[in-house]
Write a protein that binds this ligand. Structure first.
Ligand code: ADP
Ligand code: ASP
Ligand code: MG
Length: 478
């Protein structure tokens, strides 16, 4: 069971999460994975960045705010004096570590990826201890476990990848004996360690990934991701107020949604469980009596058509173009080699058949260095006007309509784009991969909400009874 930031956001939430774990632990072994209390990781990263600018106060202020927040939670959660004292000493120690790391960073005015990982990991190291304390308070046996002991990763700081064989070995050795003794391990989400033992992180929002890595390593019967919404919804509820919970969804559909910005799941969440086919549930920790979304390999195979819409605005559109690129072999290869050389994450590619332009989407944070790499790679083509421009547009958003067998259902693309036309949304670029799961397109960032709402409405995703009709075996269009 993984609990996100809001699900452990304060003492009341931690108590609620502990109660959920305790109820489940009566029926079988449970491993808990926790995020930092909400907002903490952002504050850690901000303090690290301020320290790198030479701000000497950032670390001290951070330490004080971490102390205050976690001490208040301990005060409200833990009645046992000895346990309180132990936890308070742990908080002092860990918050002190964060301040020391910030001070070192400020003195050097340099923030290495390794130091940033060490600072950003502090929130989970604190929350895991609080959660274990809360479980003990409910009469369970529990112990906080540092993920550095159980998740082995490569050494890509900030976006480390698990090494599954080693992780399986470590995790089973450390966690199974605890489960056998009836102890609930509470593992820090988001964190791992390289083979050499240096702490790494899995990327922002990575606690979901921690949960499935551990679930796969331990061959869990199921994985439950407890969050602050009822499940995977038909659209981001912040964009579409009548978005609805999807009961069943396939790995591929959920992965596609996560990849295109549905924040409810980290994009890599479903990778570790793909082979073992372990069901993953998304449930609401605020309303644990609700069923949530079940993610399985097949999802709801009889359901065709658009299932959900997602959008991502923190992206840039890069265009490489000019008459000269027509018929010149290797332009695409050169373009994407350049993007890969700076580790830019290419989210979407579109090229008109005239070949005048190749355009692609990268995360906004990757745009500047991608353009630099392209200008270097095409330096002589630019000089000879074979390539006329390399442009970047950051005022765009990618919208994706996702659904199993969407392409197999004729007329979907037509309806989708007609709905956008009626709403007056201009489409900048379109990509439909050969996967049957997704049609994605680029619009101006300002039109993103309209685009998502228009499609959501066109496919009746807000209607409960539009879900599935057994006779026609498709979404009913009421
Ligand atoms: P946690 O802290 O539990 O990891 P996150 O904030 O990372 O939670 O993710 C949950 C949030 O994802 C929701 O509050 C919601 O605003 C957002 N979200 C975006 N798209 C979707 C979607 N399609 N379904 C559900 N939630 C979504
Ligand atoms: N605490 C980390 C973050 O905010 C990881 C997570 O919450 O999943 O990115
Ligand atoms: Mg999250």
């Amino acid at each position: 069971m993984k609990f996100g930031g809001t699900s452990v956001g304060d003492a009341t939430r931690i108590r609620g999460a502990a109660k959920i774990v305790a109820d489940a632990a009566r029926h079988g072994g449970v491993v808990a994975v926790v995020s930092a209390m909400s907002g903490v990781t952002n504050r850690l990263v901000e303090a690290a960045l301020a320290s790198a600018e030479g701000c000497g106060r950032a670390g001290v202020e951070l330490r004080e705010s971490l102390r205050a927040q976690h001490a208040a939670a301990i005060e409200a959660l833990i009645s046992d004096e000895a346990e309180r004292a132990r936890l308070t000493a742990d908080v002092e120690q860990i918050a002190g570590d964060a301040a020391t790391l910030c001070r070192g960073t400020a003195m050097l005015r340099e923030l290495t990826p390794r130091a940033l990982d060490a600072i950003s990991s502090v929130g989970e190291r604190l929350s895991a201890r609080l959660m274990a304390g809360a479980l003990k308070e409910l009469g369970l046996r529990s112990v906080a476990v540092e993920a550095t002991e159980v998740i082995v990763t490569d050494d890509e700081h900030g976006q480390a990848e698990p090494l599954m064989d080693e992780t399986r070995e470590r995790a089973t050795k450390r966690l199974l004996p605890l489960l056998a003794e009836g102890v609930v391990p509470v593992v820090t989400g988001f964190i791992g360690a390289s083979r050499g033992g240096t702490l790494t992180t899995l990327g922002r929002g990575g606690s979901d990934y921690s949960a499935t890595i551990l679930g796969a390593a331990l061959e869990a019967a199921e994985i439950i991701i407890w969050t602050d919404v009822d499940g995977v919804l038909t659209a981001d509820p912040r964009l579409v107020s009548d978005a609805r919970t999807i009961n069943d969804i396939s790995y591929a559909e959920a992965a596609e949604l996560a990849y295109f910005g549905a924040k409810v799941l980290h994009p890599k969440t479903l990778r570790p469980v793909a082979d073992a086919a372990i069901p993953v549930w998304i449930r609401n920790s605020f309303e644990p009596e609700k069923g949530g979304t079940k993610i399985t390999p097949a999802g709801h195979p009889s359901l065709s058509g658009v299932k959900a819409i997602t959008a991502i605005s923190d992206v840039s559109l890069i265009t490489v173009g000019g008459r000269g690129i027509v018929d010149v072999p290797g332009v695409a290869a050169k373009t994407f080699t350049a993007a890969a050389s700076v580790r830019a994450n290419v989210l979407m590619i579109s090229q008109a058949s005239s070949q005048n332009d190749i355009c692609f989407i990268v995360n906004a944070g990757d745009a500047a260095r991608t353009v630099e790499a392209l200008r270097r790679a095409f330096a002589s083509d630019l000089a000879h006007h074979q390539v006329e421009h390399i442009n970047v547009d950051s005022g765009v958003a990618v919208v994706a309509a996702v659904g199993e067998r969407m392409r197999g259902t004729p007329g979907i693309a037509g309806r989708l784009f007609s709905a956008l036309g009626r709403r007056g949304v201009n489409i900048v670029a379109i990509a439909q991969g050969s996967s049957e799961y997704n049609v994605s397109f680029v619009v101006a960032a300002g039109a993103m909400r309209d685009a998502v709402t228009a499609i959501h409405h066109e496919f009746n995703l807000h209607r409960r009874d539009s879900r599935f009709d057994a006779e026609t075996r498709s979404l009913v269009e009421v």
